[in-house]
Design a protein around this ligand. Structure first.
Ligand code: PEP
Length: 248
């Protein structure tokens, strides 16, 4: 039985004082949460979440990483630095990084490998744009994104990863994939992995991301192949994030 994982992606939001209010509110409401919970925060706040969350049921992580191990890469942050702050998770391949910063499937695979080499779990994002969905190539796109990681790291690497299916048209738009639309892609992802390794497929945690809110979380998280959520906007509100965590 897969344990659900609900992870907040704070994106470029927060301040020391806002974070403190959010974290203390979340910690106060965790008693009846059965799902695993994590928050992925901006780099400057890793020390804050490490000191606030260690010894609690909430794990933490980052939203990006360099594919390089060290060196003259001004402004970059490598995986071993994230490990220094006891990050459990690192998001790789978020659609904002693919679209705004030009991250390719190959680069995302390199980042995935760097995260695992440092002993952390990548939250590996895949998903199609609206144009791709309308063109009927959703499965091709998701397949291509996954193949880059499988080619570089092998299918067994997915046993130490989380996949997040995030249709780009649903991220931050308020438009959520219907439970049936999401389930169909999740089932496709699991079947694709099953064709290579049935054991890895059964254990693989596949999150849904894209405007998940308290009012749609129960139905989405009730689908057989949806094993949690990657939450953007709603992760910044204590009550909303806790309500989604409780739905998991
Ligand atoms: C995300 O950025 O990963 C995300 C799912 O955002 P939102 O929940 O705001 O759509």
């Amino acid at each position: 039985m897969r344990r659900k994982l609900v992870a907040g992606n704070w994106k470029m939001h927060g301040s020391l004082s806002e974070n403190e209010a959010l974290l203390s509110g979340l910690l106060a409401g965790m008693a009846d949460v059965k799902a695993g919970v994590a928050v992925c925060v901006p780099f400057p706040y890793l020390a804050q979440v490490q000191s606030r969350l260690q010894g609690t049921p909430i794990a933490w992580g980052a939203q990006n990483v360099s594919q390089e191990a060290k060196g003259a890469f001004t402004g970059e942050v490598c995986a071993s630095m994230l490990k220094d702050f006891s990050c459990a998770y690192v998001i790789v391949g978020h659609s904002e990084r693919r679209a705004i910063y030009g991250e390719t499937d190959g680069l995302v695979a390199d980042k995935f490998a760097a995260v695992q080499a440092a002993g952390m779990t990548p939250i590996f994002c895949v998903g199609e744009t609206l144009a791709e969905r309308e063109a009927g190539v959703t499965q091709d796109v998701v397949s291509r994104q996954m193949d880059a990681v499988i080619a570089k790291c092998g299918v067994a690497s997915l046993a130490r990863a989380v996949v997040a299916y995030e249709p780009v048209w649903a991220i931050g738009t308020g438009v959520t994939a219907s439970p049936e639309q999401a389930q169909a892609v999740h089932a496709f992802i699991r079947a694709k992995v099953r064709a290579l390794d049935a054991g890895v497929a059964e254990g693989l945690v596949i999150q849904y991301g894209g405007s998940m809110k308290p009012n749609n979380a129960v139905e989405l998280l009730g689908q057989p192949d949806i094993d949690g959520g990657l939450i953007g906007g709603a992760a910044l509100n204590v009550d909303d994030f806790l309500a989604i965590c409780r739905a998991g």
